[in-house]
Design a protein around this ligand. Structure first.
Ligand code: SAM
Ligand code: DTB
Ligand code: SF4
Length: 330
């Protein structure tokens, strides 16, 4: 968490940002970006679903909920060796962060122990580690921290007011409690949301106010990937320029966070992604697959970075492996 004094953004102030003329908003976001980050680099984070499907929760967007008929095959937790194979491949392709996702409400004791072993093994490769395993209490968060977990991803997804329209098996406060446990354990917070859940502009402003208050180090912004069989499959499509606006508002309100273009990047196309980078995004999920849905393939991303003159960010505290990672992308 940054230690300098930080402005506590109100929802009204954020709504006022959203009301700015689009070009002015972009200009301001680009200035904030330039003041806090090198603007020619983008972090490459690779995702792996280590335990897919069969989830007891009912998040209305999610293809992995067992109560929705989405055709996703449920699987058991992967063995450490299998995860390591994927992590080595991601590292060889240039990723510096490796995120492991499990479709759980919260991890059971045995699963947490296995995940701790896996996290330690991935960390030993020299990758930054991230996991998203559902709800955690403080004790569980401490086990993961001890294992070498750098980041925990747990999204607020939308505003507190809109949340009950999206999920009924858990509440917003439970999300906040997990995030507090993660912070308390000394793990960096990765927390963001989804645009396109039928929310209003006020909900987007409320989500961003809540995120800015939490000061996450990492903020994944997803655009809903509508999956047939999920309750939100027929949601109205997000206007790409509105999506860019969200990125710009996140950059202005969270100057020191890594802002990651997450789900839905395939549908954005190169030009809109370039606008997102201009608006302050500086991280992407990199690899042909997200958890169960698709992502741009690595060649397409390498080509996009080349065209835009962007280079892969070095891992925090740089490591000797990075030279070979960068070479993999050259
Ligand atoms: N089960 C854990 C949890 O919910 O915290 C971790 C995995 S969950 C799949 C991680 C995040 O993926 C969700 O919070 C949501 O933001 C995002 N996500 C899931 N399905 C999505 C979809 N169809 N479109 C966009 N984002 C999605
Ligand atoms: C996040 O915010 N987005 C990622 C990651 N954190 C775990 C997941 C996106 C999932 C998209 C739908 C799927 O493939 O399941
Ligand atoms: Fe389960 Fe996470 Fe999907 Fe919700 S988002 S159904 S908790 S895997």
């Amino acid at each position: 968490m940054s230690t300098d004094t930080h402005h506590l953004w109100t929802q009204a102030e954020i709504e006022a940002l959203f009301a700015h003329p689009w070009l002015d908003l972009m200009h301001r976001a680009a200035q904030v970006h330039r003041a806090h980050w090198p603007t020619d680099e983008v972090e490459l984070a690779t995702l792996l679903s280590v335990k897919t499907g069969g989830c007891p929760e009912n998040c209305g967007y999610c293809p992995q909920a067992q109560s929705f008929d989405t055709g996703v095959q449920a699987s058991k937790l992967m063995a450490t060796e299998e995860v390591l194979r994927a992590a080595r491949a991601a590292q060889a392709a240039g990723a510096t962060r490796f995120c492991m996702g499990a479709a759980w409400r919260s991890p059971k004791a045995r699963d947490l122990e296995k995940m701790a072993q896996t996290i330690a093994a991935v960390k030993a490769l020299g990758l930054e580690t991230c996991a998203t395993l559902g709800m955690l209490d403080e004790e569980q968060a401490q086990v993961l921290q001890q294992a070498g977990l750098d980041y925990y991803n747990h999204n607020l997804d939308t505003s507190a007011a809109h949340y009950p329209q999206v999920v009924s098996t858990r509440g917003y406060q439970e999300r906040l409690d997990t995030l507090a446990a993660v912070r308390q354990a000394g793990i960096k917070v990765c927390c963001g949301g989804i645009i396109g859940l039928g929310e209003e502009q006020a909900d987007r402003a409320s989500l961003i106010a809540e995120l800015a208050r939490l000061q996450p180090e990492s903020v994944p912004i997803n655009s809903l990937v509508p999956v047939p069989g999920t309750p939100l499959a027929n949601s109205a499509r997000v206007d790409p320029l509105d999506f860019v606006r969200v990125i710009a508002v996140c950059r202005i309100t969270m100057p020191r966070a890594r802002i990651r273009l997450s789900a839905g990047r395939q549908e954005l196309g190169e030009a809109v992604q370039a606008l997102c980078f201009l608006a302050g995004a500086n991280s992407i999920f990199y690899g042909d697959k997200l958890l169960v849905t698709g992502n741009p393939d690595v060649q397409a991303d390498a080509e996009l970075l080349r065209k835009l003159g962007l280079r892969p960010a070095a891992p925090e505290g740089d490591s000797p492996q990075h030279a070979s990672c960068a070479a993999a992308l050259a």
